[in-house]
Design a protein around this ligand. Structure first.
Ligand code: APR
Ligand code: PHB
Length: 393
């Protein structure tokens, strides 16, 4: 016998997408249950990018979770591109009137979980074997196992927020599904260290030896990345080698002040662009990495999850408060229009800044010309800035 429960919105996944959706619904009095495969400790320890668009911060405000962000988040008016030993500053505020906020995704996740639990919202940790049923009916169901017991959750709607490796995407009928993908022939080696950042703003560096990024989490914690080969192993990259490589790739004028120190985390991640369409079928709606992946150049992953959730929460609100299903019917198309633009920007920025070609190739010359153009044209810088701070939603 399985235990039966009922809720309005069943949410699979307690990543930023699922947690933000749960909170936005919760503050509007719409009930949901979040099913998460992992433990709370695991979810709260995951380290990922941390640059928030102004629109994402506004959504977190709506979700009632910006108290710490306002205190600890670092507002950045611009970012720099280092190329050929030169630093080119992209002045977001002057070019767009907007800024970005640097605040780790790990911290956002913690804030969202704390607010959800303080408001008596349900998160089922370690929910195993989550399966989706009856999405073409008015009573879709989720089944799962928890602490050895079988459970059934009867819902009005299901939100698949279970990331790239989740089960939701494959619950859409094969006949309607289409995927679009680019796998890049390199990865990012990331290092986190409790040392002061080398500059006030982020530096994206294009160098003959490969891309490098100087980022940060706080005035005392730095996050750096270097482009590496897909076959490279972490063991081949002791801390000293990473710091040496960063010194070389970030060498520019005026020189950034890199403080080295022991790593507290180190990892290699592949880069991928991926979109799966449609983002909805019947009463199942996908949001975040479950439907799309961007390479990290430009830090769009979390922001894109947030804009999906914005559209989906608005649509669910219209259903419950106004008995209007127009927004729900249009959700996938509305979200995808923005997703594709962020995909384009992330792909463009990745292609612009990484070492892709041998120096003598035509493509390498095109890349050089594009970087030159960016350095000298306000129009080109405005295009970068407008996309980096986030297109409207
Ligand atoms: N059942 C329940 N939970 C699941 C299942 C499953 N079968 N499969 C995956 N999950 C959980 C994962 O453990 C994870 O906590 O779903 C959550 C998905 O979270 P994310 O992968 O963080 O995806 P999302 O919420 O869409 O956030 C997108 O995260 O990957 C980064 O760069 C990306 O910043 C972006 C953001
Ligand atoms: C990060 O701080 O982890 C980060 C920042 C900017 C990016 C990617 C990652 O484009």
């Amino acid at each position: 016998m399985s235990k039966r429960q009922r809720t309005q919105v069943g949410i699979i996944g307690a990543g930023p997408a699922g947690l933000l959706l749960a909170r936005l619904l919760q503050v509007q009095g719409i009930e949901s249950v979040v099913l998460e495969a992992r433990t709370r400790d695991y979810v709260e320890a995951r380290i990922r990018a941390g640059v928030l668009e102004q629109g994402t911060v506004a959504l977190l405000e709506e979700a009632g979770v910006t108290e710490r962000l306002r205190r600890e988040g670092l507002v950045h008016d611009g970012a720099e591109i280092a190329v050929g030993g030169r630093r080119v500053r992209i002045d977001f505020r002057a070019l767009t009137g907007k800024t970005v906020t640097v605040y780790g995704q790990t911290e956002i996740t913690r804030d969202l979980i704390a607010a959800r639990l303080a408001g008596d919202g349900a998160i089922i940790w370690q929910a195993a074997d989550v399966a989706i049923h009856d999405i073409e009916t008015a009573r879709p169901r989720l089944t799962y196992k928890h602490a050895g017991t079988a459970h059934e959750l009867v819902c009005d709607f299901i939100a698949g927020c279970d990331g790239f490796h989740g089960v939701s995407r494959s619950a859409l009928p094969d006949s309607s599904r289409q995927t679009f993908e680019r796998v890049y022939p390199f990865g990012w080696l990331g290092i986190l260290a409790d040392v002061a950042p080398c500059s006030d703003e982020l530096i994206y560096a294009h160098h003959d030896r490969g891309f490098a990024l100087a980022s940060m989490r706080s005035p005392t914690r730095s996050r750096y990345y270097v482009q590496c080969g897909l076959d490279e192993k972490l063991e081949e990259w002791p801390d000293e080698r990473i710091w040496r490589e960063l010194e070389i790739r970030l060498d520019c004028d005026p020189p950034p002040n890199i403080t080295t120190g022991p790593s507290i985390e180190k990892s290699i991640a592949p880069l991928r662009s991926f979109v799966s369409t449609p983002m909805q079928h019947g009463r199942l709606f996908l949001a975040g990495d479950a439907a799309h992946i961007v390479p990290p150049t430009g830090a769009k992953g979390l922001n894109l999850a947030a804009s999906d959730v914005h559209y989906l929460s608005r649509a669910l609100l219209a259903h419950y408060k106004k008995q209007d299903d127009g927004l729900l019917g249009a959700y996938g198309e509305t979200a995808l229009a923005r997703v594709w633009k962020a995909e384009r920007f992330s792909w463009w920025m990745t292609t612009l800044l990484h070492k892709l070609h041998d120096k003598t190739s035509f493509e390498a010359q095109m890349q050089r010309a594009e970087l030159d153009y960016l350095a000298s044209s306000r129009a080109a810088q405005t295009v970068l800035a407008e996309n980096y701070v986030g297109l409207p939603f």
